[in-house]
Design a protein around this ligand. Structure first.
Ligand SMILES: NC(=O)C1=CN([C@@H]2O[C@H](COP(=O)(O)OP(=O)(O)OC[C@H]3O[C@@H](n4cnc5c(N)ncnc54)[C@H](O)[C@@H]3O)[C@@H](O)[C@H]2O)[C@@H](O)CC1
Ligand SMILES: Nc1ncnc2c1ncn2[C@@H]1O[C@H](COP(=O)(O)OP(=O)(O)O)[C@@H](O)[C@H]1O
Ligand SMILES: [K+]
Length: 519
């Protein structure tokens, strides 16, 4: 699913209005009706107090139009206009008049107003600012936002939580609504997925307000949300007459004394992802643990007993995953440097190999084109330097990826793959995956996909999706706390199966169950 910037949404609004030959307030009406239906379905006329806080732009207009529908259906509403500017939008005014025609008189708030009392059981509709916020809100509006956040009432934000900018970070985070639920128009917004801004969003949902799909699908975007329908076409089906050589030979290089487990996890995940053959390359102390815990993998040992000192081997791997459990000693750094100088295989670089690259930036140019780097945020900071907010982080990450011609996987909740200026945002995964070794599993999965012939950028996007989906499936049986990296590996197979799972219509399923019970 494409993620649009504010200008693209305004352009789509304009195009739709012209093509459908409608007034702009019709779009606002569609938006308001959709939100009303959403609320009505859940509230079923309940006499809960609904406070609508409406700005004076079109986001506020949505709120005012919604108030009319709620009032017409007998809901207990209070409308507060957050009067932060004289420049009321045309459609806001149209809807304000319609509301006043129905004898609903909003409470106009300004910098000297006392804020209305709100009970924790009330519902707040946040229609203060939408995608049009272009400077920090005045202090009294920040105070109001803080007041609403502190109320403990359920907050439903329209389009996006007020106070978030579409294309830059926020200095004063006190001025951002903490939404329990966001109803966003047409497509999710980038800020929903970034760690600094995403924390303000509980759940989000998309409402279709009928913006022209042809126009939207023709827009080039810098970000894309990758769900099942985006990744299924990447899947490479297997050929009946294939053999293990068809699916490549992965080499997993890493490990040091006390960290052989990382290589075991990675190699196991690589096999489960479908690599035809897997060899691990470890210091000699890793020989027995590798051979006893993973029968399917071959093992080549380094001359070093406790760490890698000379990375040489006589196999020709299709792809190499390197860095897990490696350590950053001077000896290993030398061995890694020498390896990079003669290596010709595609690389997936993780963990300590990234840390060595960060300390020796001149090595970056030795990476083969389209190598995949998988840093978590701390490793990323070591590679690209600090950032002032998530938007600057993305800008720097894109520059880094372009400069070295690499695929960058920024790990975290909603891991993002950066490649050729585009950010592919992952939709799977859960907080149970914040556990030791889950990154090692990801390295194995991506390596295993490249071995099978996936282009490295596709392997990164598809691999991140599968890894997260495996975590989502695994967590269903054990809960967040008990999820382990091994648990994720066990569900890689189910994550593949899920790609092609089509839920059965309920009736059909029930019928089958009846037949089964009869027989
Ligand atoms: N026809 C349309 O364009 C539609 C727009 N929709 C709504 O319109 C919203 C965007 O509306 P607007 O562009 O009017 O913008 P907003 O309502 O988000 O912002 C209000 C206006 O206040 C001004 N402003 C920005 N920052 C300010 C600040 N810190 N202090 C004071 N004033 C500030 C801006 O000039 C902006 O136009 C969307 O988020 C969505 O909710 C929906 O009604 C659907 C259709
Ligand atoms: N809250 C979360 N939601 C979704 N995925 C997560 C979350 N926390 C961590 N992950 C995933 O788990 C993995 C953790 O990797 P990493 O930090 O390298 O762990 P380790 O070094 O222990 O292997 C990444 O793929 C990341 O995206
Ligand atoms: K809002």
């Amino acid at each position: 699913m494409k993620i649009f910037n504010a200008q693209q949404i305004y352009d789509a609004d304009k195009f739709t209005i012209e093509k459908q030959n409608i007034e702009s307030e019709m779009l606002m009406e569609r938006a308001a009706v959709q939100i009303f239906n959403w609320m009505h379905l859940r509230m079923q006329g309940a006499p809960v107090k609904v406070h609508l806080f409406c700005g004076i732009g079109n986001n506020g207009g949505d709120g005012i139009a919604l108030a009319r529908h709620l009032q017409e259906h007998g809901y207990n509403i209070a409308v507060h206009v957050v009067n932060y500017s004289e420049k009321r939008s045309k459609d806001f005014l149209i809807n304000l008049n319609r509301l006043q025609d129905r004898k609903v008189w909003p409470n106009f708030l300004n910098h000297v107003s006392e804020f209305p009392a709100i009970d924790k059981n009330d519902v707040i509709v946040d229609a203060i600012f939408g995608i049009g916020l272009n400077r920090a809100p005045d202090q009294w509006v920040v105070n109001l936002i803080e007041y609403l956040n502190a109320s403990s009432a359920f907050i439903l934000s329209i389009d996006l939580p007020s106070g978030l900018f579409m294309e830059t970070g926020v200095d004063n985070t006190a001025g951002i609504i903490k939404a329990n639920h966001v109803l966003s128009f047409q497509a999710p917004k980038l800020v929903f997925f970034l760690p600094e801004t995403g924390v303000n969003i509980g759940q989000w949902e998309i409402l279709d307000i009928g913006l022209d799909m042809e126009f939207l699908s023709g827009l080039p975007t810098q970000y894309e949300l990758m769900g099942k329908s985006e990744v299924v076409p990447m899947y490479l089906p297997r050929n009946k007459f294939s053999h293990k050589g068809t699916y490549g030979h992965s080499l997993i290089i890493g490990g040091s004394y006390g960290k052989i487990g990382a290589v075991i996890l990675s190699a196991k995940a690589c096999l489960k992802a479908g690599s035809g053959l897997v060899t691990s390359y470890v210091p000699s102390c890793g020989y027995i643990p590798m051979q006893t815990s993973l029968a399917e993998a071959m093992v080549v040992v380094d001359q070093g007993e406790k760490e890698l000192i000379d990375i040489t081997f006589d196999i020709v791997p299709s792809v190499i995953g390197i860095g897990i459990g490696l350590g950053v000693s001077e000896t290993t750094t030398k061995a890694f440097t020498a390896f990079l100088k003669h290596n010709k295989s595609p690389l997936v670089v993780d963990a300590d190999a990234l840390n060595i690259l960060s300390k020796n930036k001149s090595l970056l140019k030795l990476l083969p084109a389209d190598s995949v780097l998988t840093p978590h945020p701390k490793e990323l900071e070591r590679l690209i330097g600090p950032w002032k907010d998530d938007f600057e982080k993305l800008k720097k990450a894109k520059m880094f990826s372009n400069k070295y011609n690499i695929v960058l996987v920024i790990k975290g909740a909603h891991s993002m793959v950066i490649y050729k200026g585009i950010g592919y945002i992952n939709s799977t995964g859960n907080p149970g995956m914040a556990t030791a070794g889950s990154g090692d599993v990801l390295t194995g999965v991506i390596t295993g996909l490249i071995a099978q012939g996936y282009a490295s950028s596709l392997a990164a996007v598809f691999g991140v999706y599968l890894h997260g989906k495996a975590g989502d499936i695994a967590v269903e049986d054990c809960g967040y706390e008990a999820l382990t990296a091994s648990g994720i590996i066990e569900c890689i197979g189910k994550a593949y199966l899920d790609l092609f799972y089509v839920p059965q219509p309920k009736q059909e399923k029930e019928q089958e169950e009846v037949e089964e019970a009869k027989s």
